[in-house]
Structures are given as structure tokens and as C-alpha cells.
Design a protein around this ligand. Structure first.
Ligand SMILES: C[S@@+](CC[C@H](N)C(=O)[O-])C[C@H]1O[C@@H](n2cnc3c(N)ncnc32)[C@H](O)[C@@H]1O
Ligand SMILES: [Zn+2]
Length: 351
């Protein structure tokens, strides 16, 4: 028997999938479940059950359902529940079916690879919250273009800001799936860590709210030559870069609305058991300005043939010239700002 301890749970993994590298993902999930005060939570793809077990025990969520299509995984979940003195409902269904049949206050999707096939049923099932993990970063971020188009009904683009591109392509599909059911979403926390995207959505019922939500969809016109980008409401055929005249390419449709909600994140930051890494990640997410995409400090320096100075100095210069600017958790080299490329270059160039 191979017993593992994670958080407040000691559990067995024999015969089910368990990835210790997802610890940070689960830690933050527990903090969010606790701060949102959930009372009813579905771990739709449970494997060993560790995610749902931790939400039940550490976040104190009363009604936890743990589902997996594998009978072997379900037996293991039953054992892991009783080993930890917990009561939970275990279901052995195809998640697509379960999500179409039943409603839950919060639905958590943590599949192998892409969550896209589950999103339609999960959007129906989730009454208040939808949490999604996607580990298929190659299709999401533009490295596998056709797969990205098939899975997310959008064209991703491999750019220096591909991590945020991936998050917004996923959010774009979620917004459209929810809208089909007259539901809107409000992202509370979105992070791209290691090789996965994770997002926590508040789900709001109402056709008007859904319409408003869809207004936040759009496109990114990107210049592969100078790295500048423009946000567009409607798609336009590839044009000419306004800064270097090179031919631009288009990504989308994707979510251009807010992806972080500082208040929700700060409330999760109160969770006593967060690791230092989680605190750093959440704090950066909370302080990110709400401007889609970011510039890459080093790529710009390389193109301008200048030695990179401090990113924080460039951010200060942008702020002093009246722009919004911040770091981003997506990349240690990233600068988020509402300034255009020439102003960013001026802020990066040594005085
Ligand atoms: C990535 S693992 C889940 C990991 C788990 N959430 C954790 O944090 O450790 C995906 C699980 O989904 C299950 N699965 C795959 N397809 C499914 C389906 N259609 N319905 C329900 N479970 C499914 C697999 O048996 C596997 O245990
Ligand atoms: Zn250009």
C-alpha cells in the first residue's frame, strides 16, 4: 500500500491517477472553496479523490460529490473517504452524463488534457461556480494550431504572451458555452502555472448578463515582426502593423474581459495553509492590471539592441507618464500596460 499525505488528507493512489505536481493547483482550490463558503461541490473527474477530499476536510464543505468513470477509482475514493473519516457521495458516471443530469453549486473540472468536451454539460450543471483546469497548453497557446481550433472554436497564436493567450482562449469558450444557456461568467482568479491553465468562474444566470458577457469577446491583431498587438471587437483580415508595416495575424475569438477579481483573490489569501509559492502567485494575480496581454521585456531589448535594465524601472516610467502598468504572473519578463509599443520602448530604453 502506498499512502501519501497531501494537506490534511492521507490517501492511497494505487490504480488511480495522481500528479503531485498539481499540489499548488489543489492548494489554491481549497483556499477558494473555503473563502467562497461553498456548501455543495462536485469533483467531476476525481481519480483518487484527493481534490474533493481536501475540499471536504480542509475547506469544510458539507456536501461533496466525487465522480469518476473508472470503477477502480471509485472503490479507491470510497476507501480514501473512510480512511479520513469523511462522508461524501461517490458516483461512477461518465461526467458528461452526470453534468447533464444534475446541478451542483460548484463544479470542478480537472480532466486529462482538454476540458472542452465537458464545458457544455458543466455550464448547465454549475449553479454558481465553475472551476476549470486545462493541461492541453499546446493547442491553447497556438503550438498545435488545428487542435486549438477544433477544441476551442478559436484561432490561437503562438506569441510571446502565449500563456495569457491560452487562458483567454479557454475563457472564451467557457463564456460562449455559458451564454448558450443564458448564463454569464465573472472570472475570479485565473492563473497559468507550469503547463496548465486554471480558472475560477462565478456563474450568473440571466440572458442580459450573458449578452453583456459576450460583449467582452474579441480578437487580437498581432504583429509577428515587432511584437505589438491591438485588441479588436470584430475580426478583420490580416492588415499592416501600424508601427513597422509588417503583415499582422489575427487570434480569436477570445475573452478580453477581466480575468482576476482582486477581492476574491485577497479573500483566498487569508487561507492559513497557503504555501509561500501560492501566496506569491495569488498576490501577483491580485495586483495585475486588467489589460489583456503583455509585452516581453527581453524580446523588446533584443530587438532594440539594448541591455535589459530593471523591469520595475520600466513599469515606474510608464506609470509616471500616465499609463497603467504592472507585472504579471504569466511571465517574470512580462509588462502589462495600456501603453502602445512606442511608449513601452521609450520606457525600456535607458535615459
Ligand atoms: C487528471 S485525472 C483527475 C485528477 C484529480 N482531479 C486530481 O486532482 O488528482 C482525470 C480522471 O478523469 C477520469 N475520467 C476520464 N474520462 C472520464 C469521464 N468521461 N467521466 C468521468 N471520469 C472520467 C479518469 O478515470 C481519471 O481518473
Ligand atoms: Zn510591427
Amino acid at each position: 500500500m502506498n499512502l501519501i499525505t497531501e494537506g490534511a488528507i492521507t490517501f492511497e493512489t494505487e490504480g488511480a491517477f495522481y500528479n503531485p505536481k498539481m499540489l499548488l493547483n489543489r492548494d489554491i482550490g481549497v483556499a477558494m472553496a473555503h473563502s467562497l463558503g461553498l456548501s455543495d461541490y462536485l469533483d467531476a473527474l476525481s481519480a483518487s479523490g484527493i481534490r474533493g477530499l481536501r475540499v471536504a476536510k480542509e475547506a469544510g464543505v458539507e456536501k461533496v460529490t466525487l465522480n469518476d468513470v473508472s470503477p477502480q477509482a471509485c472503490r479507491l475514493i470510497e476507501q480514501n473517504l473512510s480512511r479520513n473519516g469523511l462522508v461524501g457521495r461517490v458516483t461512477c458516471s461518465d461526467a458528461h452524463v452526470l453534468l447533464h443530469e444534475q446541478h451542483f453549486q460548484a463544479v470542478d473540472l480537472d480532466p486529462f488534457g482538454s476540458p472542452s468536451s465537458y464545458l457544455s454539460a458543466a455550464s448547465r450543471s454549475a449553479l454558481s461556480y465553475l472551476f476549470i483546469t486545462a493541461t492541453d497548453t499546446a493547442p491553447l497557446c497556438g503550438a498545435h494550431l488545428n487542435s486549438g481550433i477544433r477544441k476551442y472554436l478559436a484561432r490561437p497564436l503562438r506569441t510571446v504572451y502565449h500563456r495569457e493567450m491560452g487562458a483567454r482562449i479557454l475563457l472564451g469558450l467557457a463564456a460562449r458555452e455559458l451564454a448558450r444557456l443564458d448564463k454569464a461568467m465573472q472570472p475570479m482568479l485565473t492563473h497559468v502555472t507550469d503547463h496548465y491553465v486554471r480558472t475560477y468562474l462565478c456563474v450568473i444566470k440571466g440572458a442580459k448578463a450573458a449578452d453583456k458577457c459576450l460583449e467582452k469577446m474579441g480578437y487580437v491583431e498581432h504583429c509577428p515582426s515587432c511584437g505589438s498587438f491591438v485588441l479588436l471587437e470584430k475580426p478583420q483580415p490580416g492588415g499592416e502593423c501600424r508601427y513597422c508595416a509588417a503583415r499582422t495575424t489575427l487570434a480569436g475569438p477570445l475573452w478580453l474581459g477581466e480575468i482576476q477579481e482582486a477581492q476574491a483573490i485577497e479573500s483566498a489569501l487569508n487561507w492559513k495553509d497557503l504555501s509561500r509559492r501560492a501566496v506569491k502567485l495569488l498576490s501577483t494575480c491580485a495586483s495585475e492590471i486588467e489589460v489583456p496581454m503583455y509585452y516581453d521585456h527581453h524580446s523588446i531589448c533584443e530587438r532594440l539592441h539594448i541591455t535589459p535594465g530593471k523591469i520595475d524601472d520600466a513599469i515606474e516610467r510608464l506609470k509616471n507618464s500616465g499609463h497603467k502598468a504592472s507585472r504579471t504572473h504569466f511571465s517574470g519578463l512580462g509588462i502589462k500596460t495600456d501603453a502602445a509599443m512606442p511608449e513601452v520602448e521609450a520606457a525600456i530604453r535607458p535615459a
